[in-house]
Ligand binder design. Structure first.
Ligand code: ARG
Length: 459
């Protein structure tokens, strides 16, 4: 038999394969809440504009709440023959309230309906992500506060560069996730225009009030062009784009945790709650959560590329290609949220191994730059000369198998006769970090200022 929603011109129902490729109910049932909210707003508006009667609107709005409670209770029978969430909800509404249900679809189309539902869903998701990012930032802030002045090696090329503070490193991540948060808020604002009432593509001849539905659904305004309203999936692309950038941040941090928790580094100890064991090697404690977070960028960026590829070249207005948008966004959203939560838990639970960090900070000639700077400041050498002199001292220390502070004053003066005992002050890692007080620098003074600033912002 033909489709009860659109089958008027059809003599035969769809082939099973047609039904299988066409149906989206398997995944778009996740938008049930948004679909029902949109329909309730639409029905109220239709009545307010005298397009349907108030009693029909009341029956529709009440009936939709019944349908919602069935979905929430898990008793709702989803039907593949009814294709998607929109027609599943409407068909059930018609069983529950009868004839008035058929008036709900006046002055709208599934094209503006799905755009509205999906936007509402993405918007809700951005709000949830905001919470996840804030929680992670607070966990990082806690770590930064505990070790604002602990020294550790700072790296470039993953080779020892200069000592930095643990607090400074934690706060670097806070800055990264803060940019993610700002992108989330920015995208939410830009997408907050309501497509409902664009109808199929051209608007409608019914005297609808799009400002009323937009306001009822928490949008800032109705979208201004009906063709654009049903064609636009920028909000989904932007969601995937900013999710990808955030997943890159998460993966970089995860990579550092994998390295830092290794037996060779031992910079941090991950909690048992966020580690796993090996079924063969009894000594193992693996950073699986960090590895999986590191990997999430693969599927999130994959979703981003997938939807961009689906959208490219599509003519206006709606094409069924666009039904491929939801699974990508749902999968990316789930995995982004999970990665944020897992990272937050790991950060909250992990222990920084202060003595190990300090010892590592002092090795690898990490204060060579401080020595060169001292030669400039105290002996008035040109920086290039100071760089060369320091390089010779590093080579000497390397030959002797010791660190820079272990060289005797005789060793030093043999390389440059102006060097005095005072040089040893700048070779210590604590003095090194304390000296870097330029704005944004690693000095504990500056780090504590940043921690205070962020505590203020995050409350
Ligand atoms: N399930 C569809 C989607 O997700 C809803 C819109 C269908 N519109 C249409 N004209 N067939 O895109």
């Amino acid at each position: 038999s033909s489709n009860q929603m659109w089958g008027g011109r059809f003599a035969a129902g769809p082939d099973a394969i047609m039904e299988a490729i066409n149906a989206s109910i398997g995944f778009d049932k996740r938008m049930a809440t948004q679909d029902i909210a949109g329909s309730r707003a639409h029905a109220a508006m239709l009545a307010a504009q005298g397009i349907i009667t108030p009693s029909d609107a009341d029956a529709i709005r009440e009936g939709l709440l019944t349908v919602l409670s069935e979905i929430e209770a898990g008793t709702f029978q989803f039907s593949t023959a009814l294709e998607d969430i929109h027609m599943n909800v409407e068909a059930r509404l018609s069983e529950v309230i009868g004839e008035p249900a058929g008036r709900l679809h006046t002055a709208r189309s599934r094209n503006d309906q799905v755009a509205t539902d999906f936007k509402l869903w993405v918007r809700d998701q951005l709000d949830a992500v905001e919470g996840g990012l804030l929680a992670l930032m607070r966990a990082l802030l806690g770590q930064a506060e505990a070790g604002a002045d602990w020294v550790m090696p700072g790296f470039t090329h993953l080779q020892t560069a200069q000592p930095v503070t643990w607090g400074h490193h934690m706060m670097a991540y806070v800055e990264m996730f803060a940019r993610d948060l700002s992108r989330v808020r920015d995208a939410r604002k830009r997408m907050n225009e309501c497509p409902l009432g664009a109808a199929a593509l051209a608007g409608t001849g019914f005297p609808i009030d799009r400002h009323m539905t937009a306001e009822a659904l928490g949008f800032d305004r109705p979208s201004a062009n009906s063709l654009d309203a049903v064609s636009d999936r920028d909000f989904a692309l932007e969601f995937l784009g900013l999710a990808s950038i955030s997943a890159i941040h998460l993966s970089r941090m995860a990579e550092e945790l994998v390295i830092w928790s290794s037996a060779q580094f031992r910079f941090v100890t991950l909690s048992d709650r966020f580690s796993t064991g090996s079924s063969i090697m009894p000594q193992k404690k693996n950073p699986d959560a960090a590895e999986l977070i590191r990997a999430k960028i693969g599927r999130i960026m994959g979703a981003n590329v997938a939807l961009m590829t689906v959208m490219k070249g599509l003519p206006l207005a709606y094409s069924k290609d666009m039904q491929e948008d939801k699974e990508q966004v749902f999968d990316a959203a789930d995995n982004w949220m999970l990665a944020l939560a897992a990272m937050e838990g790991m950060v909250r639970d992990m222990t920084a191994n202060r003595p190990v960090l300090e010892a590592a900070a002092a090795s690898g000639f990490s204060t060579a730059t401080d020595l060169a700077d001292w030669l400039v400041r105290e002996l008035n050498l040109p920086f290039r000369t100071a760089h060369h002199v320091t390089g010779s001292l590093v080579a000497l220390a390397e030959k002797k198998g010791c660190d820079l502070p272990d060289l005797s004053l005789d060793d030093m003066t043999a390389v440059h006769d102006g060097i005095t005992e005072a040089v040893y002050d700048v070779l210590g890692v604590h003095n090194s970090v304390a000296s870097r007080q330029s704005y944004g620098g690693t000095s504990p003074v500056r780090v504590r200022e940043q921690i205070a600033r962020w505590k203020d912002i995050l409350g």
